[in-house]
Design a protein around this ligand. Structure first.
Ligand code: FAD
Length: 303
């Protein structure tokens, strides 16, 4: 890649952030610090993940409720089909809807036996994300986002099968897809071309994973079928015990990736924050997403 300046596109770039529901009070405090720091960037929405088998059900509900009641942000609730009957999933949908949630990220989820183990739907459950999208649509006119896999999902035998599932999700009412993270922008571009050739025209928003911890991201990547290019591993080589340089390299790598995507015409970004604000703020700063004048005014009024 070239390390270019942000091209003057004239078009407004948009961002959304992903959080996970915290497990402890300390983690909760950290998430709220992060939310407060990222809120002035006026993201399109902020999403909250949902743990396997509904393990985070209460925590996801709690986090989404706090976002709705304590911030001006628009939450998107993730929801999965894992280990739940259709009735149980429908009950969670109603709980979110009663709270005022209008956006969902609909997912199948992974086998409770672990990522990579064959997925067995609950006998009375929704079998995949396409069925979950249809269920959501039956409950209300929600804005529904689904997943997409630039390197194909590890369970998909080929891209055609993978993109066929995306098509089913779109046919059932999904209007946006967020991708699994990736580090090679050519893979993303090729994937979007395949998707368009299949007659799918919804936005395919790149999921950007800033590398807070290279070892941790390598583990995530191996589980979800994302490829770590050799040049990327090289950049982090020898930084295991040097967090400061690691952080600077991570910011440079993420900035390089998003600037290149902007040059390729991307206008929307979804950032996997891992509940930390530093790198997401740096990425947004680099592509010109700054606190809006209204947000700055609100902040000084509150201070
Ligand atoms: P689907 O879209 O239903 O299927 C994914 C792919 O698997 C399809 O392309 C299809 O081709 C293939 N496939 C599915 N079933 C079969 C089969 N029987 N045979 C052959 N191929 C098959 N997980 C969580 O637990 N909680 C979250 O909050 C969460 N959020 C996520 C957000 C994003 C943006 C992304 C990209 C992933 C997220 N995940 C989350 C991970 C996701 O649950 C896993 O990747 C899961 O393995 C697939 O879920 P899906 O909705 O993508 O599945």
């Amino acid at each position: 890649y070239r390390f270019s300046r942000r091209p003057d596109t004239g078009a407004r770039l948009r961002v959304s952030f992903e959080f996970f529901p915290p497990k402890t009070e300390e983690m909760e405090a950290r998430l709220w610090e992060t939310v407060v720091r990222l809120a002035p960037l006026k993201p399109e929405f902020v999403s909250v993940t949902y743990g396997a088998g509904g393990s985070t059900r209460e925590r996801t509900l709690h986090t989404v409720r706090r976002i709705l009641t304590e911030t001006g942000l628009t939450p998107a609730a993730h929801l999965t089909c894992v280990d739940a009957t259709r009735e149980q999933v429908d009950a969670v949908i109603r709980e979110f809807a009663d709270m005022g949630v209008k956006r969902f990220v609909a997912l199948r989820g992974d086998s409770p036996a672990g990522v990579g183990q064959p997925y067995r739907p609950h006998p009375d459950g929704y079998t995949n994300a396409a069925e979950l999208v249809a269920a959501l649509k039956r409950h209300g006119d929600f804005d529904i986002t689904v997943s997409a896999y630039p390197e194909k999902h590890p369970e998909s035998p080929d891209f055609a099968t993978d993109i066929d599932m995306l098509k089913r999700k779109v046919d059932n009412g999904a209007t946006r897809a967020i991708t699994q993270f990736f580090f090679d922008n050519d893979l993303y571009e090729r994937y979007v071309e395949r998707v368009r050739r299949a007659g799918i025209y919804i936005p395919i928003v790149p999921g950007i994973q800033p590398i807070h911890n290279f070892r941790q991201i390598t583990n995530f990547a191996s589980r979800c079928g994302a490829h770590i290019p050799a040049w990327l591993a090289e950049r982090f080589e020898g930084l295991e015990n040097d967090p400061e340089t690691h952080q600077l390299v991570a910011a440079a790598v993420a900035a390089e990736q998003v600037l290149d995507l902007v040059e390729r015409g991307v206008r929307d970004f979804h950032i996997y924050t891992l509940n930390r604000a530093g790198l997401p703020l740096a990425v947004c700063q680099m592509i010109g997403i700054r606190p809006t004048p209204e947000a700055v005014a609100e902040e000084s009024a509150a201070a």
